[in-house]
Design a protein around this ligand. Sequence first.
Ligand code: ADP
Ligand code: MG
Length: 340
Amino acid sequence: MAWVFLSLAMPNTLIQLNQVSKSYPNNPNGGVRGINLRIQQGEFVAILGESGSGKSTLLKLIYGLLSPTEGKVLFQGQEILGPEEKLIPGHKHMKMIAQNFDLNTYAKVYDNIASMLSNTDLEGKKLNTLAIMQALRIDHLAERRAVELSGGEQQRVAIARALITKPQVLLLDEPFSQVDVLMRKQLRADLKRLSKELGTTMILVSHDPLDGLSLADTLLVLKQGELLQKGTPTELIDKPANAYVAKLLGAANILPAEIANSYFGFQLAATEQLVVYPYECKLVETGIKASITQIHYQLAHNELELNVEGHVLHAQVPLGAYAIGDYVQLQFSNFRIVSN
Ligand code: ADP
Ligand code: MG
């Protein structure tokens, strides 16, 4: 009995990276370094970072399109074979959606998707194709040729083609780059729903933190090939490992110790910094005096650029009649302290 209990209590690790580095021969500073990571079955993971931080490299290492220079990548405890060791690159239980979608552009949407299944069960093939087209809201496009679709529609066909084969893991590299804002919101919601409905482990790469924050169970933040932090969206926003993470995810204001201490009444050590998100900057009756230097109009709030003794702060405040040059009083409703 004790053994059963233990095995149930153990998290179900699907993918594991042990001290993984990948450097490119002609670019020793590129790639990724020293990555340790576990991904659970059914988890939705978003890999975030600036362009060139190593996101695509990490995704390709997980899929087996690249071999690590050092360390190991394991799938269900078995080392993933790199491209040199396999005839068809890529792990058989995973599907990766390429940036160009790899569609058969002159075939109909229905055939693009159905052709992923064998002909051993024609009735099942038809039902499954219809079901996945409905789940991705492309059933009305069944008779159109892929070449006649918008970028966002092609993206959905590519996802349907991947999911119909029931992969354990779906890998998506910048899936929203060709999708406009409205469609992006819908596609995010559909991906999240499908990952839970199908139990598919999803690993998504994006340079837009909103993709990760709105979708993922777990965020990974990369910088210059290194994994800075891993956690839930709430953990990373509440307790960023450093100022970089807070800036990348929440466009945080970062105040060096001397500014925080001199003008905001804090007592930080010289190695510490104050992190305040724009929505934590409140305008009050009596607080720190600041002047408005810029106003960015948003739909539901205003984004103000404030100057406090030469230091620029961004504040998200209720809509109001603000003018450049006005003086306001500022207070932080919340903040956190990080070390350099
Ligand atoms: P991201 O996807 O975050 O933009 P990449 O993983 O594509 O980042 O790249 C990470 C770093 O590795 C970058 O500095 C990039 O220039 C370098 N790099 C990526 N692919 C290659 C390659 N095939 N050869 C040499 N350098 C590469
Ligand atoms: Mg990339």
